[in-house]
Design a protein around this ligand. Structure first.
Ligand code: C5P
Length: 425
């Protein structure tokens, strides 16, 4: 095992207490961890805790240890720098290259990969200044993990929660060690260049009245991972986003929708001339027959409430069962079936019924599939054959699915693999 020298920068946000979990996990994984907290971070978590957990002395002061040139030595020696939590202020400082404390100096003096886990209130995360700073960091190769969506420090909730320590640690180590170099970006780079890939992600919501809806537990993570992976491989990506619970990916053309009918209209428009359409969204099969203009009151129906639902159009089936030359259609099936063979059988039947070229089957349950960062799928192709099995992070599963898409497009649809004329000019 490679023992890495890892700097964990902790900045001044309430999520600093969770950074202790990041440090601990990295130490337990056998790495040499040096914590560099800002003064603000030390208001949330004490130096003795950080020293005990990291098993190394903890410094913050620029003017301590001057003889050992500590302000550059820590950064120079690092194999990896993780900043968790990264506040809006620290992201701004990092983007600007400010070095007014030990962490700022460490970052400037280092050539190591940097992984940051932002944590802040939703308004701050969405602020154009933060968006621009994050984009700057991303363009410099900084890996951004999260933020997750959920309960924030106050009563509010939304994107801004720091990702869980295990997610941060996995992403950080993957950044340096590679996921066994399984998905080296260079291995795929450009194999979807010039292609238009449409991805639907998230879950539709069908309103009952102005405050309620029928929805599902899809977070949108797998669809977003497919959009990100396709973009990494050079595609122009249209992401049709239905009520995402995670931050939208950068670099995609995003169309936000909520209901199935809105999703249908957006897909119909985007799919025209697309090379690949991936229907990863969880789409409601039914919607309320009518939407109440006013909030439904319990006093209206003392004996319970019966909802009348009508069928929604099947978007994938209507694309698949119409001619779609040059467009590869990928559907998803999320099933609770426990038996593998029966699960595959459901996938085969769904592929046939919907006229999809590929059908990705995954098992879902109360604790499986939805909000998690990992997935296990099989891909059903021509003749109902299992053409791929994938297991790992949602991003690595996304690449495995796109490997099949690229291979399929090469053999089945020359139009989708030869660069379009306009792109060869
Ligand atoms: O029938 P089921 O919902 O299991 O099918 C799942 C696949 O079909 C997914 O790819 C989903 O995006 C798509 N779908 C659709 N329109 C619907 C229901 C599902 O496109 N009304």
């Amino acid at each position: 095992m490679t023992r890495l020298n890892i700097v964990v920068g902790i900045t001044g946000g309430i999520a600093a207490y969770k950074a202790v979990g990041v440090v601990r996990a990295l130490v337990l994984a056998g790495h040499d961890v040096h914590v560099v907290p800002t003064e603000g971070a030390l208001r949330f978590v004490g130096r003795p805790t950080l020293e005990a957990i990291s098993r190394n002395p903890v410094h913050t002061e620029l003017y301590e240890g001057v003889a050992e040139v500590r302000h550059v030595a820590i950064g120079q020696a690092a194999d990896l720098i993780v900043i968790a939590p990264a506040t809006a202020n620290s992201i701004a400082k990092l983007a600007a290259g400010l070095a007014d404390d030990l962490l700022g100096n460490t970052l400037l003096a280092s050539e190591a990969p940097v992984v940051i886990a932002p944590a802040m209130h939703t308004e701050m995360w969405r602020h154009p200044a933060t968006r621009a700073n994050v984009e700057t960091l991303r363009s410099r190769g900084v890996t951004i993990v999260g933020p997750a969506v959920g309960q924030l420090t106050g009563a509010d909730s939304g994107p801004g929660r720091m990702e869980e320590p295990d997610v941060i640690v996995r992403a950080a180590l993957e950044r340096v060690l590679g996921e066994a170099s399984k998905h080296e970006a260079s291995a795929h780079r450009g194999d979807l260049a010039g292609r238009h890939v449409v991805v639907s992600a998230g879950g539709t919501r069908e309103p009952l009245d102005p405050v309620r809806f029928l929805g599902n537990r899809s977070s949108g993570k797998q669809g977003i991972a497919i959009a990100e992976a396709a973009r990494e491989r050079g595609a122009h990506v249209t992401l049709i986003a239905a009520n995402l619970e995670v931050a939208e990916p950068e670099g995609c053309d995003i169309r936000r929708v909520s209901t199935t009918l809105e999703l249908q209209a957006a897909v119909a428009e985007a799919a025209q001339g697309a090379d690949v359409v991936v229907m990863a969204a969880a789409v409601a099969d039914y919607r309320p027959a009518s939407v109440s203009e006013a909030k439904i009151k319990k006093e209206q129906s003392d004996d319970g409430l019966t909802l009348e639902l009508v069928r929604n159009p099947d978007i994938l089936a209507s694309l698949g069962n119409a001619p779609h030359p040059g467009t590869l259609l990928v559907g998803f099936a999320a099933e609770t079936e426990a038996d593998d063979e029966r699960l595959f059988e459901l996938g085969r039947a769904k592929r046939e019924a919907k006229g999809a070229d590929l059908l990705v089957v995954n098992r879902v349950g109360w604790n499986e599939g939805f909000a998690s960062d990992e997935n296990r799928v099989v891909v059903i192709g021509d003749g109902g054959a299992v053409v791929a099995r994938a297991d790992g992070t949602k991003l690595s599963v996304a690449h495995d699915i796109l490997d099949v898409v690229v291979a399929q497009a090469t053999t089945a649809a020359p139009a989708a693999t030869t660069p379009k004329e306009s792109e060869t000019e």
